[in-house]
Design a protein around this ligand. Structure first.
Ligand SMILES: Nc1ncnc2c1ncn2[C@@H]1O[C@H](COP(=O)(O)OP(=O)(O)OP(=O)(O)O)[C@@H](O)[C@H]1O
Ligand SMILES: [Mn+2]
Length: 562
């Protein structure tokens, strides 16, 4: 009896002690979460923020900070920002160090750290990227002949004027130009030698050099895109050349742009049964390609901006193009539609329609007129056969590049690595339609390649097209600056998808919907890893893969101490 009572009281003492201990634990947990939360996390995360110094080599960076960010820490960070677990992106070990799994684990940990840096400090990954030394390589000073256009000297201008009383063109007709034309709607302008008097499109033309289409840091770029996105549209005519419908629009200060309309919803994936040459052109692909090319540091695509136009006011009522205006109609749903005249998809079955007359379009800055700056069109050695049955030579011959390498202009200078840069860009955005490329004739063979016509890019995010990388895979050659930038963009502190999302957010059409959906952005990361993998495979088998365009720089330092 006594023993039973004793046993009961001992049990209740134990129970009491247990509940006190439980309460104390709960209290401690609350205390830790509410008051000491930062202290609970900070010792590791603060050291991981030191990885905000951007580095290129993902492997060495990962190992230097892996001890600093434990996996629980990573989860906490991701949880704090309500992020989903990122997909496994590390499919290749670009440097041949460490094993596949180890690297992806390290990389995954860093994704948390990288995000935290970007979000908590409100830093812009894009700004950080563009601050990196790889995006600020000193360039040799440009000589007069390295500029595509220049204003004439007074003497030259006088000479020309006396020779022929040319009218109209601001550059051929001397250094000063006044619009004498009384054409309705055009601005009355006086352009002098002073840059401030020039409209943004003219400043863009005057800024084209032998090595790039524009200087990314030129403040005029923002003015140019703003101008394209907001100026009143004075006229629109069909633009000849190519196979699909596109318009040439004019603005009051004599600027022009190439317009491609939205023809399908942003997320429509290319029909698997369509050949690439039958694929619709996409306005958002033109915009995204410009951003991707800029993010790659190439600067070889004319600036493109998205805009909402009014089909009736901006096209139907302004056009002088009879062939275009004949194709306007009102659809059964009451929307204003047109289809124009061209080879593909210019029929009532494939109309371009407003809602009821509002339409999303892309507007690409026009390059200088061909009479001022003639361009040469080159057939790509890796162009597709454009036949439903035939294969191109490069698809049948694995040693195809040996022939290309010895054939002018690919046997000298940078032409081959320029073409490979273009293949990398096209693979990232899955553009199979690069049958030709252009260069400015006046620069001869020592110049960059224009990446025009990107309307068939970004058609499919669920599939990649390895054959686009054939120039890289078959030639096993790549510019060092391109390779280092690719590595940088695969680093979590930058991450191609993140910088692209940020860059595209600058476009006005983002207000309607993101210009590239998340699956397309993830596809960019996946494809970037594939490119790095192809380079690694090349390096495993060959020497001399990297073309050293950073000769005069200490690229080791560029890589290690950004
Ligand atoms: N920004 C630009 N400024 C001046 N000319 C341009 C510009 N963009 C394209 N062009 C010219 O217009 C031509 C047709 O444009 P584009 O290639 O985009 O048409 P497309 O219908 O897509 O062609 P394709 O059907 O061959 O793919 C190009 O070959 C190029 O010479
Ligand atoms: Mn095209």
């Amino acid at each position: 009896m006594v023993r039973r009572n004793l046993g009961q009281s001992t049990r209740s003492i134990y129970m009491g002690l247990a509940s006190i201990s439980l309460t104390l634990h709960i209290l401690m947990a609350f205390f830790c979460l509410s008051v000491l939360q930062s202290a609970c996390i900070l010792p590791t995360s603060s050291s991981s923020t030191s990885s905000s110094v951007p580095r290129i080599d993902p492997v060495s960076h990962a190992s230097s900070s892996s001890s600093a960010s434990s996996s629980s820490n990573k989860q906490q960070t991701n949880h704090q920002h309500g992020e989903r677990q990122k997909p496994n992106v590390g499919t290749f070990d670009h440097k041949g160090n460490g094993s596949f799994n180890e690297d992806t684990e390290k990389e995954k940990k860093l994704i948390g750290a990288g995000k935290m840096i970007a979000n908590e400090r409100g830093r812009s990954k894009l700004k950080e990227l563009f601050k990196h030394s790889l995006y600020n390589l000193p360039r040799p000073e440009l000589q007069q002949y390295d500029w595509l256009l220049r204003l004439k000297t007074d003497a030259e201008a006088e000479e020309t004027e006396s020779e022929e009383k040319t009218k109209g063109d601001p550059i051929t007709s001397g250094s000063d130009w006044q619009s004498t034309s009384e054409e309705e709607g055009y601005d009355k302008v006086t352009w002098t030698r002073e840059k401030e008097t020039h409209p943004p499109w003219l400043r863009f033309h005057l800024g084209i050099s032998r090595w790039e289409l524009y200087d990314r840091k030129d403040l005029n770029l923002a003015q140019l895109t703003h101008y394209l996105a907001t100026q009143r549209i004075l006229g629109a005519v069909q633009k000849k050349g190519g196979t699909q419908l596109k318009l040439l629009v004019s603005f009051p200060n004599y600027g022009q742009a190439l317009l491609k309309p939205m023809r399908q919803s942003r997320d429509a994936e290319t029909d698997v049964n369509l050949f690439y040459f039958s694929d619709f052109e996409r306005h958002n692909a033109e915009i995204a390609a410009f951003h991707l090319d800029r993010v790659m540091g190439f600067n070889r695509i004319p600036p493109v901006v998205g805009r909402l136009i009014n089909v009736t006011k901006d096209i139907r009522e302004t056009t002088t193009d009879e062939r275009l205006s004949r194709t306007f109609f009102t659809s059964p749903a009451g929307n204003v539609c047109f289809y124009g005249q061209c080879e593909y998809y210019c029929s009532t079955e494939h109309p371009v329609c407003g809602r009821p007359d509002v339409l999303e379009v892309s507007l690409a800055t026009m390059l200088p007129d061909l009479s001022l700056a003639p361009r040469r069109s080159w057939r790509s050695p890796w162009r597709r056969s454009y036949s439903r049955t035939k294969l191109a030579q490069w698809e049948k011959d694995p040693a195809y590049c040996d022939t290309v390498k010895t054939t002018p202009p690919y046997n000298r200078g940078t032409r081959l690595v320029d073409l490979i840069d273009m293949a990398v860009l096209d693979f990232l955005m899955s553009n199979m339609d690069r049958h030709h490329y252009e260069t400015f004739e006046d620069f001869g063979n020592e110049t960059f390649l224009l990446h025009l016509d990107n309307g068939r890019a970004f058609g499919r995010h669920s599939q990649d097209e390895p054959s686009i990388l054939a120039p890289l895979a078959q030639c096993c050659r790549i510019r060092r600056s391109t390779l280092l930038r690719l590595r940088l963009l695969s680093h979590p502190d930058f991450r191609l998808s993140d910088v692209m999302r940020e860059s595209l957010a600058q476009d006005p059409l983002t207000a309607m919907a993101p210009l590239l959906s998340e699956p397309h952005l993830s596809a960019l990361n996946r494809r970037l890893e594939t490119v790095l993998g192809v380079v690694q495979t090349c390096q495993d088998r060959n020497e001399d893969v990297v073309y050293n365009d950073l000769d005069q720089y200490d690229y080791q330092q560029l890589e290690d101490n950004p």
